[in-house]
Design a protein around this ligand. Structure first.
Ligand code: HEC
Ligand code: HEC
Ligand code: HEC
Ligand code: HEC
Ligand code: HEC
Length: 177
């Protein structure tokens, strides 16, 4: 039974991979899935290496809703201003941030990760099950520019769910609408 299920998953995984590939080719949307290493240019050179590596700012200080919600949102500018109202105020980048903050606008960060719409992913379930940011995002605190560390493919998700110690569901409805 388990073997059959695994077999079915492998076949479906291959089919899924093939259709994702064809989809990517035909729509030119290579940013969806199989996008390991994707590292878009950001409007402000925000460095995780500096903030989380050198200055040891906790991930959840900025990505504060990751343990309780589906998405781990990028922080709003008031979080930056907690420090940058006094830190490095002479920098043109910090001046840009301050100006946006004062005008009540935001910085248009480019999304690094983007799952297709038919996939359900939920941060809180993973954080509550004890998973670490590094398990999926790699060592972000060493990245001057953040990039996609994992493939985010179906096989990647299912492989981890299948580990006995994770005891995580692998039925289709868990991850698909
Ligand atoms: C643990 C999560 C997870 C489970 C369980 C899962 N999938 Fe997926 N699936 C994904 C993710 C993530 C993608 C998108 C990335 C990709 O295409 O590989 C995907 C993609 C697909 C695609 C490709 C769709 C496209 O547009 O290319 C198909 C088809 C698919 N899944 C079918 C299934 C079926 C059938 C099952 C049950 C046997 C299943 N999945 C179970 C996570 C999952
Ligand atoms: C000082 C605030 C701050 C801290 C601390 C911080 N981040 Fe971020 N994070 C950001 C901002 C701003 C962005 C959007 C700009 C970018 O992508 O570089 C971001 C983007 C990201 C992204 C990419 C989001 C996407 O678009 O897909 C990931 C993943 C991420 N952070 C993970 C982490 C992890 C893991 C840590 C801890 C090691 C961490 N962050 C610490 C502010 C922070
Ligand atoms: C089990 C794997 C996993 C873990 C653990 C994980 N993430 Fe993610 N993260 C993802 C996936 C998958 C996406 C893409 C989600 C999407 O496109 O809907 C993502 C997206 C993000 C984003 C972009 C915004 C969003 O939610 O789409 C940020 C920021 C982020 N993660 C930060 C973190 C931080 C900080 C931690 C640790 C506290 C963390 N993640 C833990 C898999 C994970
Ligand atoms: C807990 C304090 C703290 C927070 C919060 C913080 N930063 Fe910083 N940031 C620093 C420190 C410290 C430096 C290094 C200053 C130096 O080089 O003297 C720095 C440097 C920077 C630089 C480099 C400036 C330059 O010209 O060298 C940028 C850009 C930056 N931060 C953006 C941000 C953004 C965007 C946010 C919000 C998402 C943010 N920071 C949140 C403390 C913080
Ligand atoms: C590093 C291991 C790991 C990876 C990678 C991973 N998961 Fe999970 N996932 C888990 C664990 C552990 C649980 C929690 C099982 C439990 O205790 O209920 C879980 C639970 C879930 C749940 C159930 C949430 C709920 O509300 O009960 C969904 C949906 C899910 N994962 C989707 C995904 C998708 C989609 C991906 C890939 C994009 C993915 N996961 C990648 C380990 C992982």
């Amino acid at each position: 039974m388990a073997k059959k299920l695994v077999g079915a998953l492998v076949v479906l995984g291959l089919l899924g991979g093939l259709s994702a590939f064809v989809y990517a080719l035909t729509t030119n949307k290579l940013e969806i899935g199989y996008n390991k290493g994707y590292m878009p240019d950001q409007p402000i050179p925000f460095s995780h290496e500096l903030h989380s590596g050198k200055y040891k700012i906790n991930c959840q200080y900025c990505h504060s809703n990751v343990a309780v919600s589906r998405h781990s949102s990028v922080p709003s500018l008031n979080v930056c201003m907690n420090c940058h109202s006094v830190v490095k105020v002479g920098s043109p980048w910090i001046q840009k941030i301050t100006e946006a903050y004062q005008n009540d606008t935001s910085i248009a960060w480019e999304k690094v990760h983007l799952l297709p719409d038919h996939v359900k992913f939920n941060h809180s379930a993973h954080i509550q099950a004890g998973k670490q940011c590094t398990d999926c995002h790699g060592q972000v605190e060493k990245m001057p520019v953040v990039y996609q560390h994992s493939s985010l493919s179906m096989g990647w998700c299912v492989n981890c769910h299948r580990q006995p110690e994770n005891n995580a569901p692998v039925n289709c409805g868990t991850c698909h609408y």
